[in-house]
Design a protein around this ligand. Structure first.
Ligand SMILES: Cc1ncc(COP(=O)(O)O)c(C=O)c1O
Length: 372
């Protein structure tokens, strides 16, 4: 008689009794939004990232949208970003009527190639959205130098990278606006949620107003000094965020240990493991993505892994090849070959902070057998 094997999920949030206690406290307080818990979470996030200011928002996507407002992006502008990312990195420009322009990636890091970015700049370029894909810091200094030379705004999509460091300093502490996200597969979760960090007091005040329906500090509840949004994070979510930040070090350590175990287990299997850290780039592990040899039927492999109870996913499709992007902007295959090759061959395998060694062994053994 065959015994049904336990399903190994792609990701899993770390929720414990402390999180429950903090959420319950807010529920019992009756102050579910615009209470004292939101600012407490923001202060802890600012401390964790080394940012001067931190504004929470209702999602990473909302944070990126507000960053487009900070950058003054509008109709007719172009915004350069990575095709090898989650769609929100490009959609944020479209929300403001701007055109997303892609630049190809570095095949080692999967992050924007600064030379390709420089080549993509035109007189209509307004901003660059640089992504730290899979938690690996992008080339911040080189990309910012391009912005400085060309008079462009610089926005960092650090949605996957809370806890990563670039040249010894945490992402979020480098001055420019950086957006983080807290969907349940992220390093920390608030259910839905996100945050924008910045060193600029002026940008922080604008973020706080824009997320709160354009209210000004001096406005009463029904007075709106500017056109804004409801992108607030509620206090229930913020309470969960506080519980998550209290164990951030343990979460990040658990993820690093799981990644190191995969590194060992995958040796000898014909897949390319994620790039190792170096002195300037220290990754915060988000997902664990392997690159398959050319010619492997990746989608078939994902299906076979699924049949064995192991969830894998095709991380990440190239944004320019999504149907709405092709229809609206005429993008097609062959435009960003490095990104397209990565998209055809990369695959996320189960990964989270408390993934057991025996589950990882099963993932790797199943992968080895499926590849043969
Ligand atoms: C690179 C990147 N940018 C933006 C986002 C959007 O974040 P959210 O899902 O919180 O809106 C995500 C989340 O999946 C992401 O991975």
């Amino acid at each position: 008689m065959s015994v049904a094997l336990k399903r190994i999920a792609l990701s899993s949030p770390w929720i414990d009794e402390r999180d429950e206690e903090l959420v319950l406290e807010v529920l019992r307080s009756g102050r579910l939004s615009l209470g004292p818990t939101g600012p407490r979470f923001e202060q802890l996030l600012a401390d964790a990232t080394g940012a001067r200011h931190c504004a929470t928002v209702s999602s990473g996507t909302a944070g990126l949208h507000l960053c487009m407002r900070l950058a003054g992006v509008g109709p007719g502008d172009e915004v350069i970003t990575s095709p090898y990312s989650f769609v929100a990195s490009a959609n944020c420009a479209m929300y403001e009527g701007a055109t997303p322009v892609f630049a190809d990636i570095d095949p080692r890091t999967y992050n924007l190639d600064p030379a390709a970015v420089e080549a993509a700049v035109t007189e209509r370029t307004k901003a660059i959205v640089a992504v730290d894909i899979y938690g690996y810091p992008c080339e911040l200094d080189e990309l910012r130098a391009i912005c400085d030379r060309q008079g462009l705004a610089f926005v960092e999509d650090a949605c996957e990278a809370l806890g990563a460091t670039y040249k010894g300093r945490p992402l979020g502490s480098h001055g420019h606006p950086a957006t983080f996200a807290f969907y349940p597969n992220k390093q920390i979760t608030t259910g839905e949620g996100g945050a924008v960090t910045t060193d600029s007091e002026e940008e922080f005040e604008l973020l706080v107003s824009l997320r709160n329906q354009g209210r000004l500090e001096t406005s009463s509840w029904l007075q709106h000094g500017r056109f804004g949004f409801n992108y607030r994070l509620d206090d229930i979510s913020a309470a969960l965020g506080i519980g998550q930040l209290e164990k951030l070090d343990r979460i990040l350590a658990g993820r690093s240990e799981a990644a190191a175990r995969y590194g060992e287990l995958l040796a000898g299997i014909e897949v390319e493991a994620p790039l190792a850290d170096d002195a300037d780039h220290v990754r915060s592990w988000f997902v664990y993505v392997v690159k398959l040899p050319a010619g492997v039927d990746r989608d078939g492999l994902i299906h076979r892994m699924g049949e064995e109870g192991i969830d894998c996913a095709p991380y990440l499709p190239s944004i320019h090849l999504q149907s709405y992007m092709r229809e609206q902007f005429g993008f097609s295959e062959g435009m960003f070959p490095v990104s397209e090759d990565a998209s055809a061959r990369t695959m996320a395998i189960p990964f989270h902070a408390r993934l057991a060694r025996e589950d990882q062994e099963r993932v790797v053994e199943t992968l080895r057998a499926a590849l043969q």
